[in-house]
Unconditional design. Structure first.
Length: 95
């Protein structure tokens, strides 16, 4: 189940990300290093070990800032919120 959720989350973001970046005037190429680093990490670490950032810590200040940046994309906000909570819950064994 964890594998499916993480695999689906990657597909969801890659489905919506190009359109969002284009609307915001940001080239998709800015994501290349992050995508490459993420792919590299999962070869060396488990998904949980590779996970970093505000979702893992459930840093509400950062999450709220990012949700505000997504205010024009309510569906993406909802997905982001659910994935952030899921990542945190999994990391703290609250799933």
């Amino acid at each position: 189940m964890n594998f499916l959720l993480r695999s689906d989350s990657i597909c969801i973001w890659l489905q919506y990300l190009p359109a969002i970046l284009q609307k915001e005037g940001i080239p998709f190429s800015v994501m290349n290093s992050l995508i490459d680093e993420t792919a590299y990490k999962v070869h060396a670490l488990s998904p949980l070990q590779a996970q970093t950032g505000p979702a893992l810590r459930y840093d509400r200040n950062v999450i709220e800032t990012q949700l505000n940046l997504l205010k024009n994309y309510p569906l993406i906000q909802e997905i982001y919120e659910l994935l952030s909570k899921s990542i945190h819950d999994h990391a703290t064994n609250n799933f």
